[in-house]
Design a protein around this ligand. Structure first.
Ligand SMILES: [Zn+2]
Length: 490
């Protein structure tokens, strides 16, 4: 009760001065929105899903959750706070005001622990790693941000200059959302572990030798810059000042299931059209070039493993593969696994849905850090603990690449298949082959499959003018055990 009362007083004090500002500068809405307070909503197992849906309909900025205790952290302005009170949400906290530093370019005023990295520091670290490990790394500019800043990705592999098509790829990307400052640290830890362990640790050495590992520590460089200079709780990129939520901007199911907002001032604004943002396009181009078998997109916070699809009731095309691995990751980390509509709310235009639908990637969002740690916990006491806690997840996927992946190629009479074909996978169930999954072939006729033990029939197919037909190439394979398989359809 005492907490509630002080929360109310604090919010009244804050918002009195804010409404004065709002009246004099009515069209200065985005600046006004940066003045928000953090409130925690106490939900219950029975009310959780409907309350989450209501919060999304109200376009409330949901920061993170404690799934087990059904606590929901939100950032609200005065108007939204009053609406939550009207709707009889039970709120308490640790109410914290988020002030906007008055002088930009003064990182000390942003309130972010200065030990976290800004875009320039990320670039310097990547260049240093690349210089120190030239034989196993290649630093590539994957694209440019809205403001024209470089977005870097580091490739880690033996022969990093070559595209070794028989080596499966995996992608780790961080910071779609600017305020999630722990996520580049996780990516930097992956880089550090793999480079410093190469040639010393047997497992690490074989992961690097046998795969093409891609790590992007910071996608949203513009937004992160804004976190340091203007607003520690900035989430989107910086398009036209209002910004776009990059992770609602991907083409799959864009804007289609109330999993994003059409309002420019919303924190989940989906953008003017699908894939409108240079950052979104950067990931799409990278994924279509490297065709990763697995992806982890690191976010914070809530300690969740999220797998596709994002819209209510939808499941991944290869859910029988994606979901058990996601649950295993949850078990390894002590995180809650599920689709976003099962454990959070509906999401449309998210990266993992697009990757899964377009290229049958097996992708996960990992929401690192607990609710008590939040977006920006003290670096000195939290960083090492967090990156160590996450290690079993990415190491598990690398080990899956070593032991479970099927590396295949379709070849025709002149050597290599080319064209817009796919592989259809049928699984033997009760003596009959039934449709199981499919995989879009890469330009050189390559495909990568991860399949549970069993007997499968692979055959090549084509889509042409809305008609699906099948070629004469087919092969039966038995998946069992723990070794990478190579398959050729010719
Ligand atoms: Zn996020």
């Amino acid at each position: 009760m005492k907490l509630l009362l002080s929360a109310w007083i604090l919010s009244v004090i804050t918002f009195t001065s804010l409404s004065a500002l709002a009246h004099t500068q009515a069209d200065f809405y985005p600046e006004f929105l940066t003045e928000k307070i953090k409130v925690t909503i106490k939900s219950s197992p029975t009310a959780y899903r409907s309350q989450m849906a209501l919060l999304k309909r109200m376009d409330i900025d949901i920061a993170g959750i404690d799934f087990k205790r059904k606590l929901i952290d939100v950032y609200v302005n005065s108007e939204e706070y009053e609406k939550l009170q009207e709707r009889r949400f039970v709120m308490f906290g640790q109410v914290q005001t988020l002030s906007t530093p008055k002088s930009p370019n003064d990182p000390r005023r942003s309130g972010v622990d200065p030990l976290y990295k800004n875009p320039e520091q990320i670039e310097q670290i990547l260049k240093r790693v690349n210089r120190a490990f030239p034989n196993i790394t290649k630093l590539i500019k994957a694209g440019d941000s809205f403001e024209g800043k470089p977005i870097w990705v580091l490739k880690i592999s033996d022969n990093p200059e070559r595209n070794e098509a028989d080596e499966p790829a995996i992608l780790f990307n961080s910071m779609h959302h600017a305020r999630e400052v722990m996520t580049p640290e996780v990516a930097l830890d992956i880089i550090e572990q793999l480079t410093s362990g190469y040639g010393k640790n047997e497992k690490i050495t074989s992961w690097v030798n046998d795969n093409q590992i891609w790590v992007m520590p910071m996608l949203n460089v513009d937004g992160n810059n804004k976190v340091w200079t203007e607003n520690p709780m900035w989430r989107k990129n910086t398009r036209d000042g209002h910004g776009v939520d990059i992770n609602r901007n991907y083409p799959h199911m864009w804007g289609s299931c109330n999993g994003s907002s059409g309002s420019k001032f919303s924190d989940v604004y989906r953008g003017p059209k699908a894939a409108s943002e240079p950052e979104t396009q950067t990931i799409m181009k990278l994924v279509s070039n490297i065709r990763p078998v697995f992806d982890i997109s690191f976010h914070s916070y809530s300690e969740l493993v999220i797998y596709p699809m994002g819209c209510d009731g939808e499941r991944a095309v290869n859910a029988e593969i994606v979901e058990p691995i996601g649950k295993k990751l949850g078990e390894l980390l002590g995180y809650t696994p599920g689709t976003s509509w099962e454990i959070l709310y509906s999401v449309d235009g998210g990266d993992i849905d697009w990757m899964n639908n377009e290229y049958q990637v097996i992708p996960y969002v990992l929401e690192v850090n607990s609710r008590s740690e939040g977006f920006q916990p003290p670096y000195a006491t939290t960083r090492e603990r967090t990156v160590k806690k996450v290690r079993p997840a990415w190491q598990y996927l690398l080990e899956q690449l070593q032991t479970r992946v099927i590396v295949g190629q379709v070849r025709n009479s002149v050597g290599v298949f080319s064209g817009k074909g796919f592989i259809q996978v049928l699984k033997k169930v009760n003596g009959q082959f039934r449709y199981y999954t499919h995989y879009k072939l890469s330009a050189n006729g390559r495909f990568n499959l991860v399949l549970p033990d069993g007997e499968y029939l692979l055959r090549n197919g084509f889509h042409s003018e809305g008609v699906t037909s099948f070629g004469h190439l087919r092969k039966t394979i038995t998946v069992s055990g723990s070794q990478r398989m190579h398959v050729a359809l010719e």
